[in-house]
Design a protein around this ligand. Structure first.
Ligand code: SF4
Length: 291
């Protein structure tokens, strides 16, 4: 498949066919993010997408799940996105589920009817990066969205009957805002009430602009155990209906998976035990971490 540049997808889409319908990220300003800095954003033409689908049909067999890349592919205008989804079903009739990355802006650009139409064509899950539940941190990292917009976007997704998966980043507030980052993030996850939530741990990878702040001493990275304290605080402050929470992404020091609220006390006890022991052997080694 002729992908443009490196392709990223959520861990849960590991078995999906990745259809690249945009190149890069339309925002591309988050200071912690290095992944699309080398790509100039554009929406692929229907001809390019048709070619990719033809190739998938020829070589990939029965495809049940499709993930639309790149960064925030939901930004594709509604008419074109509907056309792309129709093309997917025509080329790959076995497809049952389509997923996509979105952000608050791209979700809020869609009306309730737009989201319902996407759901009717098989859009079953939207992945959104909340990153932090604290507006000051979102402002500092140039996320381009506010907490209230994230919550409004989540409400729209829920109303359309589409599953919501929310990502947060441990360490994003630095040492200075570590505590407030964790508490506010747990509270905002409660307001967004997603079906799935995932924690990543901040990795400073060039050319992410935050690397420069770190090198100049303007941003202090929490230690691995301080990141675990954030993980503990986030979960402790989550009051959700029914959510599968995981930290199994390769960037994390401690992978955990739990259904909330059912498994809350058990997982908190496990995390607290690791924190109290301060035994680095219980953590993923630095060399094995990745994005
Ligand atoms: S974090 Fe997401 S929205 Fe921000 S620049 Fe990276 S891909 Fe774009």
């Amino acid at each position: 498949m002729p992908y443009v540049g490196a392709i990223y997808r959520p861990p849960s889409e590991a078995r999906s066919f990745i259809l690249q319908i945009t190149v890069g990220c339309s925002h591309n300003r988050c200071s912690f993010c290095s992944v699309y800095k080398d790509k100039k954003f554009r929406i692929k033409s229907l001809e390019e997408i048709a070619e990719d689908l033809k190739e998938a049909r020829a070589f990939a067999g029965n495809i049940r799940r499709v993930f639309l890349a790149d960064g925030d592919a939901l930004i594709v205008p509604q008419k074109k996105l509907l056309k792309i989804m129709e093309m997917i079903h025509q080329a790959l009739p076995s497809v049952e589920r389509i997923g996509v990355y979105g952000n608050a802006k791209s979700i809020l650009k869609k009306s309730p009817d737009d989201l319902a139409a996407l759901k009717a064509l098989g859009l079953e899950i939207i992945y959104i990066g909340l990153e932090s539940g604290n507006d000051e941190i979102l402002r500092r990292v140039h996320k381009g969205d506010t907490v209230d917009k994230m919550v409004a976007a989540a409400e729209g997704v829920h109303k359309a009957g589409i599953a919501l998966s929310v990502t947060v980043i441990l360490g994003l507030g630095g040492k200075a805002l570590s505590q407030v980052h964790a508490v506010d993030t747990g509270k905002v996850l409660s307001r967004m009430d997603p079906e799935f939530a995932a924690a990543l741990s901040l990795m400073l990878v060039p050319p992410a602009p935050l690397c420069e702040d770190y090198e100049k001493g303007m941003f202090e990275l929490p230690t691995p155990f301080e990141m675990l304290e954030e993980l503990e605080n986030i979960i402790a402050n989550m009051d959700v209906t029914h959510c599968f929470f995981s930290s199994n992404h390769a960037s994390n020091y401690l992978p955990v998976q739990v259904w909330l609220p059912e498994g809350k006390e058990e997982i908190l006890a496990l995390i607290r035990e690791v924190i109290n022991r301060r035994d680095k052997n219980m953590l993923r080694p630095e060399a094995y971490r990745g994005l």
